[in-house]
Design a protein around this ligand. Structure first.
Ligand SMILES: [Zn+2]
Length: 118
């Protein structure tokens, strides 16, 4: 059983945090990148071009002592069981700014044991 810890101090995390403004900006850059790479030879994209694809904005695990002034927050107790995490997954992925890879990356930090990770 593993409990997510604060990315800042290592204390047990109280919530997941995302900067939706940065996520929206990244999505616009990603969409522009995708639009300019539609006509590659047989869909081939060169390594250098792939490196220009902006990386998804990652979620951060934070404790209350190292909270942010603004942003999108999900309390750990909203996602501490598999059913809750599944429900939140459907909720988050409806956001226009949500990135599936970034969400999966965050969810992989949790290890569910018999439906609970605490
Ligand atoms: Zn902290």
């Amino acid at each position: 059983m593993r409990y997510p810890t604060s990315d800042v101090c290592g204390a047990p995390a109280d919530y997941l945090w995302m900067d939706p403004v940065a996520a929206v900006e990244r999505k616009a850059k990603r969409d522009a990148w995708a639009a300019s790479h539609k006509n590659g030879v047989d869909g081939f994209v060169a390594f250098q071009e792939m490196m220009e694809l902006p990386m998804p904005v990652l979620w951060s695990w934070l404790c209350r002592d190292h909270g942010k002034e603004s942003g999108y927050e999900i309390s750990v107790d909203q996602i501490d069981t598999l059913p809750k995490a599944m429900e939140m997954t459907f909720h988050v992925l409806k956001k226009t700014w949500a990135d599936r890879w970034a969400w999966e990356h965050a969810m992989r930090d949790m290890h569910f044991d018999n439906g609970d990770f605490r």
